[in-house]
Write a protein that binds this ligand. Structure first.
Ligand code: TXA
Ligand code: MG
Length: 341
């Protein structure tokens, strides 16, 4: 059974950290919070440890992991070279929700971290618990999101426990994560660089520092010529009931009435302006003042649907400006891009 250690000011944190460090050094798994979502960590140089991540998550072995480091200087140990553009990104956006894909140095990281690719994704997370853990450990940690493969990423320790409590020994509980969506993945091995997965660091922020950046549209990602992250081809972020996307307009109540007439139990995920709609379950994506807030609530709301008997889940869509690009990317995956009109 998993142990959940709260790492806040009311407890002896150093004891918790050394327990986590000892487990990692013993090639065991530890879940920990980052500013994006909770990660499921293993020592990145140990094949035996990294294999446990794939097993615990049920993750396909061709989907590479992100390597987390505590200091910029550490990156040199794992990559052949740091392109000039990557150096700028590291100075501007690290610690932070930006993963940089670079050419991997051979023979240092466990093979399954890179899933046989010539490249590796690296980032420094911007979260005090993650940073302290990495600095105490003094080693790189391979960590995907700490959910079962296919499920929404965990934004709270309890989400990790829901998915993995019988499979991992320890969760460091640092409370709810701040961003709620996974990091932006930027491939800096190609010129111009390509966003393989949109996230908290948006295209405009990157372009202000490094010039032109390519962000393929979802439709373009189906084209075999378009570079995408290996992971993006798999089902993602999916609760048990089917998810449908709906426009945010006055038709929502009619759509729900129709579905309920046919015997459906309907869960609606929308901002508070729709909270008076008559439906079986309503989960709030926030006040609706900004897109960041929707990002924070999205995975928690999707997970809450699994605790209901809803037979269909409706989510209102956002525009694709700013973080909206990352939100819509996740919603299109969660729904299989299915829309209700
Ligand atoms: O915010 C995040 O990035 C979180 C926290 C824990 O850091 N991690 C995370 O990891 O989202 P994961 O495994 O759920 O997603 C990693 C994504 C996958 O789509 C994977 O295919 C891609 O990054 N990726 C990793 N290494 C890659 C590489 N060498 N080339 C292309 N894509 C890569
Ligand atoms: Mg993931």
């Amino acid at each position: 059974m998993v142990e959940i250690l709260k790492v806040d000011n009311s407890v002896d944190n150093e004891k918790s950290y050394s327990q986590a460090v000892d487990l990692l050094n013993a090639e065991q798994l530890v879940a920990f919070p980052t500013e994006t979502v909770y990660g499921l960590g293993a020592i990145a140089t140990s094949e035996e440890a990294v294999k446990k991540i794939f097993k615990a998550k049920g993750r396909p072995s061709d989907n590479p992991l992100i390597v987390h480091v505590g200091r910029k200087e550490d990156v040199n140990k794992y990559v052949k070279e740091i392109p000039q553009i990557a150096k700028i990104c590291m100075d501007e956006f690290w610690p932070g929700p930006l993963t940089l894909i670079m050419k991997v140095k051979e023979g240092v990281l466990a093979n399954s971290v890179t899933a046989g690719l010539q490249t590796v994704g690296i980032r420094i997370p911007d979260h005090p618990v993650a940073l302290h853990l990495l600095q105490q450990l003094n080693n790189a940690v391979a960590a995907p999101s700490a959910n079962k493969s296919g499920k929404p990423s965990p934004t709270k320790a309890e989400h990790v426990a829901e998915d993995l409590s019988d499979r991992i020994p320890l969760i460091l509980d640092g409370g709810a994560t701040g961003i709620g969506l996974e990091s932006t993945v930027l491939d800096v091995t190609s010129t111009p660089p390509v966003i393989l997965r949109p996230g908290g660091i948006i295209k405009e922020m990157l372009e202000a520092k490094i010039g032109l950046v390519i962000e393929p549209k979802i439709a373009e990602q189906k084209n075999e010529m378009t570079p995408i992250s290996p992971g993006m081809k798999y089902t993602h972020y999916a609760p048990n009931a089917p998810v449908y996307l709906i426009e945010d307009n006055e038709q929502i109540q009619n759509i729900i009435n129709r579905l309920r007439c046919k015997g459906n139990k309907v869960a609606l995920l929308a901002t508070n302006k729709h909270k008076n709609i008559e439906t079986d379950y309503f989960f709030s994506l926030g006040m609706g003042d900004n897109l960041e807030e929707i990002g924070v609530h999205l995975y928690d709301c999707l997970r809450k649907c699994d605790k209901t008997d809803a037979t269909i889940i409706l989510v209102t869509v956002t525009d694709k400006n700013g973080v909206g690009s990352a939100i819509m990317n996740r919603l299109q995956k969660a729904s299989g891009d299915n829309w209700l009109k």
